[in-house]
Design a protein around this ligand. Structure first.
Ligand code: SF4
Length: 322
């Protein structure tokens, strides 16, 4: 359950961030992270201190196990972070996408203020025709571990927390050690299955190797259960972030104008959004807004058939993409 009205659930396999633009000034996630840290929740311990975000990243992939299995949900993923933050490693992003692929019943909504890296990431990892470069070989080898599962709970998991070690196609071992042609990292001592059973069995007869084709082949693009959005607060950020998202392939591309700090016109001709969420700033230190900003945005959306979701209590409309 979540208090966010435009989704059914929030899920946070990765937490932690740093402020990037004006819209971050009164970051709600930062305050919430401090509260959760004080409550003793492990993944929040390093990500925030009295001064705010530290830039450290906390992970807990076991949250995916808590998703309902029988009821389809719309899931806002990484509401306590920005998945394309510079301190989040590629393998961690891959792990998140793997879980999305493995949960086709649910629709995942992903918002970022860092679409540059999102675009870069999709072109590097999500292109079925692209040959994998040696730069990413270590990470590809980690993806092999998708084919390993915990012998205790059968939870599928992905690789090594270190993320940069060179992997070989030798069988997974419980110890980090030198093997022919490279090293095998003790991923499972530090990053076992999400239940911390710490054991893995090889599901592929000892050969965890995979070709780039195998890696990319099963990844449909765009993923039908992944909606991509950018959060913007003013005209400049809208132009910059939306232009980048426009170039990325996605089942649904949406625009979250929150906190709305000024009015700006939305391009409904060359790159119309599939959905617009609009909301003013709330909470302590909130900055002012004008009702007419919401009204003008709503009218523009209505006139062009774009669903509009107003976050205010006295909302103009609360619509969703079909
Ligand atoms: S990008 Fe989002 S989570 Fe990160 S500081 Fe800004 S508002 Fe907070």
């Amino acid at each position: 359950m979540t208090k966010i009205e435009w989704c059914d659930e929030t899920i946070n396999p990765i937490v932690g961030c740093t402020k990037i633009s004006e819209g971050c000034q009164n970051c709600y996630a930062e305050k919430m992270a401090w509260r959760l840290k004080c409550m003793g929740i492990p993944k929040y311990q390093d990500v925030v201190d009295r001064n705010g975000w530290t830039g450290e990243i906390g992970i807990d992939f076991s949250v995916f196990n808590k998703l309902p299995t029988r009821v389809a949900k719309s899931v806002f993923i990484c509401s306590m972070s920005d998945l394309f933050h510079e301190n989040i490693e590629d393998w961690q992003i891959i792990r998140v996408f793997q879980a999305i692929i493995d949960s086709p019943a649910h629709t995942f909504l992903l918002l970022t203020k860092r679409p540059e890296r999102m675009g870069q990431w999709f072109s590097e990892y999500w292109n079925p025709n692209k040959k994998i470069s040696t730069k990413y070989r270590g990470q590809v080898q980690q993806l092999n571990l998708r084919k390993a599962e915990c012998s205790e709970c059968s939870f599928w998991f992905l690789g090594c927390v270190h993320g940069r070690k060179e992997w070989t196609n030798k069988a997974v071992t419980p110890n980090y050690r030198e093997v022919e042609g490279g090293y095998v990292c003790d991923a499972f001592r530090w990053n076992p299955c999400s239940y911390n059973h710490g054991r893995a069995v090889d599901q592929n007869d000892g050969d965890l190797s995979v070709r780039a084709d195998d890696l990319y082949g099963p990844f449909p693009s765009p993923l039908q259960n992944l909606w991509l959005g950018v959060t913007v607060e003013n005209r400049d950020q809208y132009v910059e972030r939306w232009n980048i998202l426009s170039q990325i392939s996605a089942a649904v591309k949406f625009l979250s104008i929150e906190p709305a700090l000024e009015w700006f016109d939305i391009d409904v001709w060359s790159h119309p959004p599939d959905w617009v969420i609009w909301g003013p700033e709330t909470g302590p230190g909130k900055r002012p807004y004008k009702d007419e900003w919401a009204l003008m945005t709503y009218k523009k959306c209505r006139d062009h058939g774009i669903p509009f979701f107003d976050k205010r209590k006295d909302f103009l409309a609360r619509e969703f993409p079909k």
